[in-house]
Design a protein around this ligand. Structure first.
Ligand SMILES: [Zn+2]
Length: 208
């Protein structure tokens, strides 16, 4: 049976037509994304690993982290990765007012350049899309959620989530966070090895 949490169903995607869930289905290109950084240990480790593989990725940063770790945000950009806004305090849309939600996103803007946005916890309302699309060029969701943040899953489970569901044009979601570290640092290199062997290439999502 399909795990809809790992690969969001078509019905959900149809509710949000102005968001990106997946890119070109006819090309063996993948888009690695990392949420919730930048933080010293985890983000630095991911950057070094990606350098080894010569892969560019996209990082959706929490504004507060980008504010406190401006050197890491700059380092991501220097190494050719894309960065995107993930709100200042990671506020989930369903648990705050519209005003609070957009204020929190705008508060993060001075610390995170570019035109990419990913909603915290993947939470959105269809009636927020017009305003989000006026603030950002791309609202980026995902095609494969590794679930690396879930401490009920084993390292193997997370690797299997990625390997089972990845397909042409997939946007893959990992977390450069303390919470995900144990599973992410196991699953990521192994997934990269296997996906490269399968002939996939990796690209970052354009920041403009
Ligand atoms: Zn997040």
């Amino acid at each position: 049976m399909k795990n809809w949490k790992v690969q969001p169903p078509a019905a959900l995607r149809l509710l949000f037509p102005n968001t990106r869930w997946r890119f070109n289905k006819s090309k063996k290109t993948l888009y690695l994304t990392f949420d919730d950084g930048p933080v010293e240990k985890e983000t630095t480790w991911v950057m070094n690993l990606l350098d080894e593989y010569q892969i560019k990725a996209s990082f959706f940063c929490v504004g507060e982290n980008a504010h406190n770790n401006a050197h890491l945000l700059q380092e991501l950009i220097n190494r050719g990765h894309s960065v995107g806004n993930h709100a200042y305090n990671h506020l989930p849309a369903w648990k705050c007012s519209r005003q609070e939600y957009f204020d929190n996103i705008i508060k993060a803007r001075p610390y995170i350049p570019g035109a990419l946005f990913r909603p915290p916890h993947g939470q959105l309302y269809p009636w927020y899309m017009k305003e989000l699309n006026s603030l950002f060029k791309k609202v980026v969701m995902w095609d494969v959620l590794s679930m690396d943040y879930d401490n009920r899953l084993s390292q193997q489970d997370v690797l299997q989530n990625v390997m089972r569901y990845t397909r042409n044009g997939s946007i893959l979601l990992f977390h450069d966070s303390k919470k995900a570290w144990k599973r992410m640092h196991y699953a990521l290199p192994s997934a990269l090895d296997q996906l490269l062997k399968q002939g996939y290439q990796f690209k970052n999502i354009e920041m403009d």
